[in-house]
Design a protein around this ligand. Structure first.
Ligand code: ADE
Length: 231
């Protein structure tokens, strides 16, 4: 039977998953702790990657190589980029792109990785549909399918967030999704990123992030919980 890899970047994002796991065994690799067990009777490996693209990339490759996961789900919070998104709303990735990949000096558009065909990594259609269904079941939750932008930067200004919307068509911005997506693409493993908005990546982002991360993580987890019950 298949094993599903589940990643969050921070404690708030994975602790609810760990609390819902059965028979969890732990294994440490490259400084990350992996929890292998079951969740709603599915075989899962849950882990906290830490923040940023390198942490998320290494964690994803370990999930694939050492644990043989055949799907990867990412749960957590993000800054809202699309102007219609509010704190607490959900973004389900259609695709993920690294907004801080910048080779514009050589004539490439922002986000484009030179010398390779793909820079926007497509999420798995079935996982996206399942996430949308799970989101619908939560009731009064605004859910948008869209492009997840990732970079090793916490975005906290109107200028930056407006730019990411206008020039890179982002739905939300975070710090891991596109590196998970790229590693999944390189290995032929399907993935989806589910993010609940903790802030609007503007001048209030630091205060909002501190206030809303727990509640938003809870909401992202609720979607994963429902997805895992139906996989
Ligand atoms: N994660 C949550 N909010 C974020 C922001 N404003 N920028 C980057 N990552 C985030």
């Amino acid at each position: 039977p298949e094993t599903i890899g589940i990643i969050g970047a921070m404690d708030e994002e994975v602790e609810l998953l760990l609390a819902g796991m059965q028979n969890a065994e732990t294994m440490d690799k490259a400084g990350i702790r992996y929890y292998k067990g079951t969740y709603h009777n599915r075989n899962v490996v849950v882990c906290k990657s830490g923040v940023g693209k390198v942490n998320a990339a290494v964690t994803t490759q370990v999930l694939i190589d050492a644990f043989g996961v055949s799907k990867v789900l990412f749960t957590g919070v993000a800054g809202a980029v699309h102007p219609e998104l509010n704190i607490g709303d959900i973004v389900i990735s259609s695709e993920c792109l690294q907004h801080d990949m910048d080779v514009t000096a050589l004539g490439y558009e922002r986000g484009v990785i030179p010398y390779q065909e793909v820079s926007a990594f497509q999420a798995d259609k079935d996982l996206m549909l399942l996430a949308q269904k799970a989101c619908g079941e939560l009731g009064e939750v605004n859910c948008r399918v869209g492009r997840v932008l990732s970079g090793d930067q916490f975005i906290a200004s109107v200028e930056q967030v407006s730019w990411l919307y206008e020039h890179m068509q982002g739905a939300c911005v975070e710090m891991e999704g596109a590196s998970v997506a790229q590693v999944c693409f390189m290995n032929g493993v399907p993935f989806v990123v589910i993010r609940s908005m903790s802030d609007k990546a503007d001048g209030s982002a630091h205060a909002n992030f501190a206030e809303f991360t727990v509640a938003s993580s809870r909401r992202s987890h609720a979607i994963l919980d429902s997805m895992l019950a139906q996989m």
